[in-house]
Write a protein of this length. Sequence first.
Length: 328
Amino acid sequence: MGVTDLNPVTVAMIDKVNGSPIYDNRDAYCYQAIKEALDKNNYKVESVDIATAELTGDYDIIMLCSPSNDLTEAQITKISDYLNNDSKYGRKMIYFGSPFKSANTENLDEFLSVWGVKIGRSYATETNSGAAQVANIAIGTIGGVPVVTANAEASLNAGFTASRLPIITPLCCPVERLYDQNSGRYTYPLLTTSDSCVLYPLDESAEDFNADSAEKVSADMAVLSEVTFTSGSETLKSQIAVFGSPWIMDIVVAGSSGSYDNANYFISLLNTATGKENVITIAEKSLDKAKMTITDSQAKTIRAVTLFAIPLLVAVIGIVVYVRRRNK
């Protein structure tokens, strides 16, 4: 840690299940960066195995790290019980999706739907060459990376002060809000792209996808969901911040504080969620690279290269198509 904190905020990082990493190994770069950022900002991080550990009130916030496979009903009950807190609420959670998830996750999807959100099986790409970023990330260089805007009306964004630097969302799945409000539950955009993005499918439909003719949309890359209950003059609340991908905190992007505002945003959100003093320290990495804008022709070339530069995104699609055709 940087400076000793007499009352550190404790984060339960749910990163294992039955002793194995809960996330795809490509996402590991992001969780390395998240752990470093939390440590630098005086958070106490505890690695948690959701299969064996209990989620107790000792944790100020829990973080579910891009599960690549479904959780059992019992494991999800642990999370739900933590958030419900015997109907006293007052609990917080960060949930990360992943573009590398290939398994069906019915239990997790149902859990998210109760909170009014759904993580799409696609990733957002910016088609406006004047806005698109070329980003160096841990697994290569990709283009068409969206710049997102923080929604000032979302309570967890209250402590964030935007700078001249962009927040980018490489390899990020869209987070759909299933409702604005429903029986004491509310959803709010946290981070939103421009309206000139397309959503590249991460399933067999990618084979016939044409970015030039695809619908241009504005997509939420992160959403806040909260449940509230009023008891007398007191309002009780639990909140989940759902990110479409952990790559907002890629180890290169998060360390590039001279180019991107990502780490500043993420730590600010965490500080607001936990009530921690909003003093942010970001460790600058030697991997910092200057950001670039690109022409339309360059954007098309980079988008094509990107698909080959990210092996799993292509491999998974190819395998699914092959197996389905073989079984016809």
